[in-house]
Design a protein around this ligand. Structure first.
Ligand code: ADP
Ligand code: MG
Length: 237
């Protein structure tokens, strides 16, 4: 089943008299359960593409369909609803609130949404178990390592049980051992929980945890290939 489709997608940024055409006629389809890695040189438009696919920004041409919804024309209120139920984001620099505990950081989307966090106690316990931080729930981010902080950010992205999780260089700030552990966690989320994952990455090693690779050069897709079975890094947990 198709979850995301970009059709003749274009993005131009205008700063004063300067125009930069960052994404050029992007066409791509992502199926449910795929784990796609977007690779390419710095400045090639990877983050811009990710944000458009996840509805954080709007195209200047063409469209992004999330299932049957056109993200370019959707109303603000509907977008908030969609973001809540369907989409999770994780960034390179965890973006945690420093004076909140691990559990309050994870429940932040629930609290901001005006819901009673008590209703999420079971969910919170399950997520803490998934990310392996059940014993750290009362600590604050500064008491955690970088990898543990990223796990909290991943947990926060999972709290509303989204179908698709967008990751912008999620291990870009971590050492290689910790990065590997986080990639294994994403693979578990992809396979065990059947979530669609889309990551921007510089690392071809981390791309091999996924199912396909998109290569972007100067705002155009030059390749969209499956990760060969023999190349896939398989984790048996
Ligand atoms: P990547 O993630 O591949 O490094 P980006 O998508 O962040 O690249 O950026 C691609 C190009 O678009 C860069 O030249 C960048 O300067 C430009 N760009 C990104 N966001 C904006 C913006 N909000 N306003 C103007 N230019 C932008
Ligand atoms: Mg980027």
């Amino acid at each position: 089943m198709k979850v995301i489709e970009a059709i003749n997608l274009n993005k131009t940024f205008v700063n004063g008299k300067e125009e930069s055409h960052v994404l050029k006629d992007i066409n791509l389809t992502i199926q449910k359960g795929e784990f796609v890695s977007i690779m390419g040189p710095s400045g090639s438009g990877k983050s811009t593409l990710l944000y458009l696919l996840g509805g954080l920004d709007k195209p200047t041409g063409g469209s992004v369909m999330l299932e049957d919804t056109n993200l370019g024309t959707i109303k603000h209120k509907e977008m908030s609803k969609l973001r809540r139920s369907k989409i999770g984001f994780v960034f390179q620099f965890y973006n945690l609130v420093p004076n909140l505990t691990v559990e309050d950081n994870i429940l932040l989307p629930v609290i901001l949404d005006g819901e009673n966090p008590k209703k999420y106690e079971k969910k919170l316990a399950d997520i803490l178990d998934t990310i392996g931080l059940s014993d750290k729930r009362k600590l604050t981010p500064r008491e955690l390592s970088g990898g543990q902080q990223q796990r909290v950010a991943i947990a926060r992205a999972l709290v509303f049980d989204p179908d698709i999780i967008f990751l912008d260089e999620p291990i870009g700030n971590l050492d290689s051992k910790t990065g590997k552990e986080i990639m294994q966690l994403f693979q578990k989320i992809n396979i065990k929980y059947n979530k669609t994952l889309i990551q921007v990455t510089h690392s071809s090693k981390s791309a091999k945890y996924g199912t396909s690779i998109i290569r972007l050069v100067d705002g155009q897709i030059v390749e969209h290939v499956d990760v060969c079975d023999e190349d896939v890094v398989t984790v048996t947990a």
